[in-house]
Unconditional design. Structure first.
Ligand code: GDP
Length: 415
């Protein structure tokens, strides 16, 4: 049978978690992301009236809240699935489960508090799963915010190679007046006239030129140290094109050798938009992750499932919730193959046949019903009666058990 076209090509999917110490601004940042992305995308299959414009009116009335375990949104021509990660370290098992299903993370820090003990614990958990990350140093407008101190903490406490790609212009309530994109050299400043939340492009302030030049130089040097291709271009002594810098940053992020760092305030637009650009530019797509490894239940032998629509279906249930409107919803991450609404599947964890009911993509403002879900997607299914968090669902003709995947030995937390 001819392969149907996918709604989003695999390389245009980002399954990410926003990871933060409580109070660092995870909720505000996520809501801003959903707000900006919701403004630019009209959901295809929902009933008339469920458009993003309606949602904006609702948003004004009651504010947006993320109630879903995974929320789909759209930036440029990418689909970003934001997987909810618990903010509190007490839910370590839940953090682990969510880290298991996401491909990349945005770690939000409070620009005043910097790296806190809980962030260290979550960082180490993310290391265990090899989750590529970018950092957002938030709240640059607060008294005591210090971008460079935060960078030092990332280096000292998290032992990570930071690569600042956005730097602040000033900090604190009086001083924080904008941000500079280190790759493009564009400076943005707060536009108090038109919209308190917008930051518009300005000429680079004289006072910032030296700081910017130093940041750019350091970025290229660090990239050259960590990436052979950038090193070759660097040694040639020519100006490295922006696209090559971004490609180098992507390779370095995916291999966990370096961490792009951005900053700003989640109250102001430009910083959050640059963060969205960084998510699609540097964080992995499902294609960048290795094939999932599981166990064939009868023979107990190890099997691989290619990250492809052509491979047999396999998925992990990572959250089960009771939705007041639609009933029991099972959130699934599809690792390989595709599944149709109404399909018979095998729950290998419970050695039971199951039937998928309706398939839904959860948006911030709507549930979008789909008839088929592809590799790499995050969806919610109705109708699964005996599937619980952590269970594997798969093609009955090709059984596999994903939960038996062996993880590396835990890293001992130093906190
Ligand atoms: P979470 O616990 O990480 O989800 O944090 P929230 O998003 O709930 O934010 C915690 C507090 O910090 C709230 O009072 C927010 O209004 C505030 N906050 C979030 N982002 C910023 C920011 O960029 N600047 C300032 N000054 N406050 C912020």
């Amino acid at each position: 049978m001819a392969q149907e076209t996918r709604t989003f090509e695999l390389d245009k999917i980002r399954n990410i978690g926003i990871i933060a110490h409580i109070d660092a601004g995870k909720t505000t940042t996520t809501e801003r992301i959903l707000y900006f992305t919701g403004r630019t995308y009209k959901i295809g299959n929902v009933d008339e009236g469920n458009t993003v414009m309606d949602w904006m009116q609702q948003e004004r009335e009651r504010g947006i809240t993320i109630t879903s375990a995974a929320t789909a949104c759209h930036w440029r021509d990418y689909r970003i699935n934001i997987i909810d990660t618990p903010g509190h370290v007490d839910f370590t098992a839940e953090v682990e489960r969510s880290l298991r299903v996401l491909d990349g993370g945005v770690v939000v820090f409070d620009g005043v508090a910097g790296v806190e003990a809980q962030s260290e614990t979550v960082w180490r958990q993310a290391n265990r799963y090899g989750v590529p990350r970018i950092c957002f140093i938030n709240k640059m407008d607060r008294t005591g915010a210090d971008f460079y101190r935060c960078l030092k903490m990332i280096e000292d406490r998290l032992k990570a190679r930071h690569i600042p790609v956005v730097i602040p212009i000033g900090s604190g309530p009086e001083g924080f007046s904008g941000i500079i994109d280190v790759i493009t050299g564009k400076a943005y400043s707060h536009d108090g006239e038109q919209n308190v939340n917008e930051m518009v492009e300005i000429a680079m302030p004289e006072s910032e030129k030296e700081r910017y030049a130093a940041a750019r130089h350091q970025m290229i040097e660090k990239l050259a140290e960590l990436d052979d291709e950038v090193m070759c271009a660097y040694l040639d002594g020519k100006e490295i094109p922006e696209a090559d810098i971004r490609a180098g940053l992507r390779r370095v992020t995916l291999s966990n050798k370096g961490i792009p760092v951005l900053c700003g305030s989640s109250f102001r637009q430009r910083g959050v938009k640059l963060l969205l650009d960084a998510v699609v530019n540097y964080l992995p797509s499902p294609m960048d992750t290795p094939p999932v490894v599981g166990i064939e239940p009868k023979s107990q032998s190890e099997v691989n499932r290619a990250v492809s629509d052509e491979a047999p279906f396999s998925a992990l249930a990572f959250k089960v919730v009771s939705d007041p409107f639609v009933g029991r919803l099972v959130y699934l991450r599809i690792y390989s193959g595709t599944v149709d609404a109404g399909a018979g599947v095998m729950n290998t964890t419970r050695d039971q046949k199951e039937r998928i009911g309706r398939l839904l993509v959860m948006h911030a403002n709507a549930r979008e019903e789909i008839t088929k879900a592809d590799t790499g997607s995050i969806i919610a299914s109705l109708g699964l009666k005996n599937t619980f968090t952590g269970d594997t669902l798969c093609d009955p003709a090709h059984p596999v058990l994903l939960e038996n995947i062996k993880f590396p030995e835990p890293v001992v937390s130093i906190s």
